[in-house]
Ligand binder design. Structure first.
Ligand SMILES: Nc1nc2c(ncn2[C@@H]2O[C@H](COP(=O)(O)OP(=O)(O)OP(=O)(O)O)[C@@H](O)[C@H]2O)c(=O)[nH]1
Ligand SMILES: [Mg+2]
Length: 253
């Protein structure tokens, strides 16, 4: 497994789960029920798709991007979290997702966050020019997308972090240092024994520095509650309950 520099190495921010809640509001947020978080994720609706960054609408609500190598399980994870079978296109064939796809979240039609499913990288059969173009689109998105609030890096623990994952980490490091949330999901945990899972988790926790790391399996339904709760908290940092969640105004221009 490749070694990386900690994304959090410069900031040493305590992870939300590691720090004790200091106010009643934080306390309420940190104890949000997985049912509430999953109910919120279930509201996901397709919003738009874009082949390039400048086709994406500017939005005023928090955006959570799912990134990672091709076939890592990004689209499947989005479908699992939203409890919708075909919201995002998942496929055995790598390279299925070729656009940036946005899904809006929010109860009663009041969008309060957006999930972004990004095309995977590292698929050998993709022509070199397409690979380069995609890396540029991705880097551009990660560096300049203003409402980007969190990055979820999907990593198959059987492969570990790849060279392109490391490039991505380098690209996002300055934004993570400025407060962008960061989660590594170790996907397809069902392919590992319990001992292998626990080893992969420890190794990734070291590599991700203070970033969050969770084991996840769509087939065994592992890690769903934990990831759902974390995403809800990140999208609602200052609200005590979903009923008081911010802004119905999605900011579409
Ligand atoms: N065993 C197992 N297979 C999974 C899991 N998650 C995804 N898969 C399988 O992995 C393959 C790729 O899943 P996708 O969700 O399409 O992966 P992706 O990261 O969106 O791929 P690209 O769109 O090519 O970037 C599919 O055959 C899925 O069924 C999981 O938790 N366990
Ligand atoms: Mg996909």
């Amino acid at each position: 497994m490749a070694q990386i520099h900690s994304v959090y190495s410069m900031t040493k921010q305590p992870s939300p789960s590691a720090s004790a809640p200091s106010s009643p509001i934080q306390q309420a947020v940190s104890t949000v029920s997985p049912l509430v978080a999953l109910g919120w994720l279930h509201t996901a609706k397709f919003l738009t798709t874009a082949p390039q960054l400048h086709f994406l609408p500017p939005l005023a609500v928090p955006e959570i991007a799912f990134v990672g190598r091709s076939n890592a399980g990004k689209s499947t994870c989005i479908n699992t979290l939203t409890q919708q079978k075909q919201l995002a296109f998942a496929s055995k064939k790598p390279g299925r997702t070729q656009h940036i796809n946005l899904f809006s979240l929010g109860k009663q039609g009041m969008t309060d966050a957006v999930l972004a499913d990004l095309p995977g990288y590292g698929y050998a059969a993709v022509p070199k020019q397409d690979k380069i173009r995609w890396q540029q689109v991705m880097a551009n998105y990660l560096v300049t997308r203003e409402n980007l609030k969190a990055i979820v890096l999907m990593c198959d623990p059987r492969h570990g972090l790849t060279e392109l994952d490391e490039v991505l980490l380098d690209v996002v490091r300055p934004r993570v240092e400025e407060g962008l949330k960061f989660l590594v999901i170790l996907t397809k945990a069902d392919k590992l024994t319990r001992a292998e899972q626990s080893k992969a988790l420890s190794i990734m926790k070291l590599q991700a520095g203070g970033g969050e790391v969770r084991l996840f399996s769509a087939t065994k339904r592992q890690g769903i509650d934990e990831v759902a709760t974390l995403l809800w908290q990140w999208a609602h940092p200052s609200s005590a309950s979903p009923a008081t969640a911010p802004s119905p105004d999605i900011g579409l221009e």
